[in-house]
Design a protein around this ligand. Structure first.
Ligand code: KG4
Ligand code: ZN
Length: 335
């Protein structure tokens, strides 16, 4: 069975083709970062226009690369939310048209469920129950997956997402956009214990997160050092900021696993590409007796392989999506 996947929820135009759910025939991305970096963030209108330009040629290229004819496609998976509405609409219009023209059924999928399904491509599908930590540019959440496609949200951020915090602090430090990879690289030269930034909500009983206090603390520190005329050691600030985020994520993720009694944790989302977060979660997780799975780097950030894989599994269960489905920028994982 051949499934086409289309992902346009944010600033990556992505097309993938999978065979029999877990085997990737091709996984292509047309990145737009060069269009957004001068604005210091993703501009929704610019993203949507760039998807319109890039998607159809990329789709044609993916079919050739996978050696798949239009008529060979058995199903079309597409991200229907959450994400930027104008960006989502481009991918959805293309997927619907492809489905209508070929007769291959449409399947709409949830972007965040796709993020932790990226693990299934690399490690095979683990048996539920497990906990998923999803950390991206727009979301930070811990989810209990009791059975396939059945989610209970255990906790989430009360303000900014972790990726957003990386991006904002990087901007403050003059490291450019996107901020996550820049801080990751800068932090590698710094001392994570140099500055004691707050570990927001680390001691709270719940599994929620908050980034705003940390962000303000970094801003205050930088302003204070500048006012005192001191040079700001960027690697130390980056490493200390990153460590504060990572500490809380690790503590809460292990707590979530203990609370739910699962022995497997799946990581997903762009921030999982962070070197320190991966190392700490796998290391501390193993020490706590947990099996912690992370996708390979190229499947952490937005891609269509995870969407095609999840869509193929849903199609195999007999699920179908109607051609009149709307994009939902705030689509939830659980009611
Ligand atoms: O999942 P993703 O590609 O898009 C969304 O669904 O939002 O995540 C993008 C986010 C950005 O905020 C980016 O700065 C962050 O992931 N990111 C990282 C790293 N690579 C990407 N954050 C920390 N360290 C990284 N190495
Ligand atoms: Zn994403």
């Amino acid at each position: 069975m051949i499934t086409l996947g289309i992902e346009t929820s944010c600033d990556e135009t992505a097309v993938a083709i999978v065979e029999d759910t877990y085997s990737v025939r091709t996984n292509m991305i047309a990145a737009q970062v060069h269009l957004h970096e001068r604005f210091g963030g993703v501009v929704p209108e610019v993203a949507a226009r760039a998807h319109v330009e890039a998607l159809t040629p990329l789709l044609a290229e993916a079919l050739v690369a996978a050696d798949v004819g239009v008529g060979d496609v058995d199903g079309v998976a597409v991200t229907v939310g959450p994400g930027l509405v104008g960006a989502l609409l481009v991918g959805m219009a293309a997927a619907k048209s492809f489905s209508l023209a070929t007769g291959a059924p449409l399947i709409g999928v949830h972007h965040l469920e796709g993020h932790y399904w990226a693990n299934f491509l690399a490690h095979g599908p683990p048996a539920p129950p497990y906990v998923a930590l999803i950390v991206s540019g727009g979301h930070t959440m811990l989810v209990h997956v009791l059975e396939l496609h059945h989610h209970v949200v255990l906790g989430q951020t009360l303000d900014d997402a972790a990726g957003e915090a990386f991006d904002k602090v990087a901007r403050l430090l003059g490291l450019g956009f996107p901020g996550g990879p820049a801080i990751d690289a800068m932090a590698a030269q710094g001392d994570p214990r140099a500055i004691a930034f707050p570990r927001a909500m680390a001691a709270s009983d719940d599994l929620d997160f908050s980034m705003s206090g940390l962000k303000t603390a970094v801003l205050r520190h930088v302003q204070q050092e500048r006012r005192a005329g001191r040079d700001i050691p960027l690697p130390d600030v980056a490493a200390s900021f990153q460590e504060a985020i990572v500490d809380v994520q690790v503590t809460k993720t292990i707590a979530a696993a203990e609370r739910t009694g699962v022995d497997t944790v799946l990581l997903g989302g762009g921030v999982v590409a962070n070197t320190r977060l991966r190392d700490r979660l796998t290391g501390d997780g193993a020490a706590a007796g947990l099996r912690v799975l992370a996708p390979p780097l190229e499947l952490c950030t937005d891609n269509a392989a995870m969407i095609a894989c999840l869509g193929a599994a849903k199609l195999a269960r007999g699920e179908r999506t109607s051609l009149d489905i709307a994009a939902d920028p705030n689509l939830r994982l659980a009611p």
